[in-house]
Structures are given as C-alpha cells and as structure tokens.
Design a protein around this ligand. Structure first.
Ligand SMILES: Cc1cc2nc3c(=O)[nH]c(=O)nc-3n(C[C@H](O)[C@H](O)[C@H](O)COP(=O)(O)O)c2cc1C
Length: 152
C-alpha cells in the first residue's frame, strides 16, 4: 500500500510523528513523508492513502508553512472524491478555545472538497503526560486495521 504522510509543523513534532508512525508500520507499505508546504492539493489522488499530521499555532491557525496548502484548497475547491485520508492533530489544552484547530480546519476543508476520511481525527494534547507517539501510533494501527479489513 502506498502511504503519503503529509505534515504541518512549526517545531518539528508533526514531522517526527510521521516518521514514528512510518517506522511502526513495518514492511508492506511504500511511504513518503512530505511537508504540506511542498504539496499541491490539486494533485492529490486515489493512488495513495494520505496520513496528515498537523499542529496548531497563532490563534487556532495552521503552522505557517501549511497555510498555502489550505488556501489553495479553499480557492480551487478541487474534486478530491478519489482521495482517502486520516488526520491527526497536535495541540495544547492551554489554548482551550482553539485546541487542535489546525487539524480541524484541514479536515473540514478536505471533506468539503469531497475527500473521504477513514477513522476519527486523532489528537494529542501537549499538556497531557502522554508522548505524541503513544497516542498516534495506536491510532494509526487502528486506521490501518480498518483499511485492511475493507480490502479483505
Ligand atoms: C505560539 C504558540 C501558539 C500555539 N497555539 C495553539 C493553539 O491555538 N491551539 C492549540 O491547540 N495548540 C497551540 N499550540 C501548541 C502546539 O500546537 C503544540 O505544542 C504542538 O505539539 C506543536 O507541534 P509542532 O512541533 O509540530 O509544531 C501553540 C504553541 C505555540 C508555541
């Protein structure tokens, strides 16, 4: 299975998390890990399954480098009905009013463009005692289980 990890980050956590999930997947997957800054959303397609990991900055905004990806989705409204994705958000409940809003914004915009979401949005709270990978790795395992069950 072809998995494309896309991350939106300011300080690197989301990128490391993609690599942690990729390492846990093991053999049988062909993976790439790419910044949302380097992805044209109009070129997303049904050949890959997308796992998107994004943090939140500012006042519930996306990381700066991920903003053009969102803006292009918003402006072009591409038909993403062949695209399937799962999404994981990083946030901090210190910012309770905008907790993990970056991934929420991305999720809503992808759904608006017709993309199909697998599983629930995963979330890590930086104020919790859990490490991001302790939440994200089991979350991804569940998503992969769903995909394999569908394929069987
Ligand atoms: C200046 C600043 C603003 C932030 N704003 C929010 C926010 O509005 N909502 C939220 O849930 N988390 C917010 N966070 C928390 C980050 O999203 C969180 O620490 C995340 O794990 C960082 O991941 P990254 O290293 O991939 O960027 C903020 C953090 C900083 C430093």
């Amino acid at each position: 299975m072809n998995i494309q990890f896309l991350y939106g980050t300011e300080t690197g956590t989301a990128e490391i998390l993609c690599e942690d999930i990729e390492a846990d997947l093991g053999d049988g997957y062909s993976c790439t890990v790419t910044s949302l800054a380097d992805v044209d959303p109009t070129e997303m397609n049904g050949d890959a399954f997308y796992i998107i990991v994004s943090s939140t900055y500012g006042n519930g905004d996306l990381p700066m480098a991920a903003q053009p990806f969102y803006d292009k989705l918003d402006a072009k409204k591409p038909d993403l009905s062949k695209v399937r994705f799962a999404i994981f958000g990083l946030g901090d409940m210190v910012f309770s009013e905008t907790f993990a809003f970056g991934s929420k914004l991305l999720m809503e915009k992808l759904l608006e463009c017709g993309a199909k979401m697998v599983g629930e949005r995963g979330i890590h709270d930086a104020s919790s005692p859990d490490m991001p990978e302790d939440i994200a790795v089991p979350w991804a395992q569940e998503i992969m289980g769903q995909l394999q069950a569908e394929a069987a």
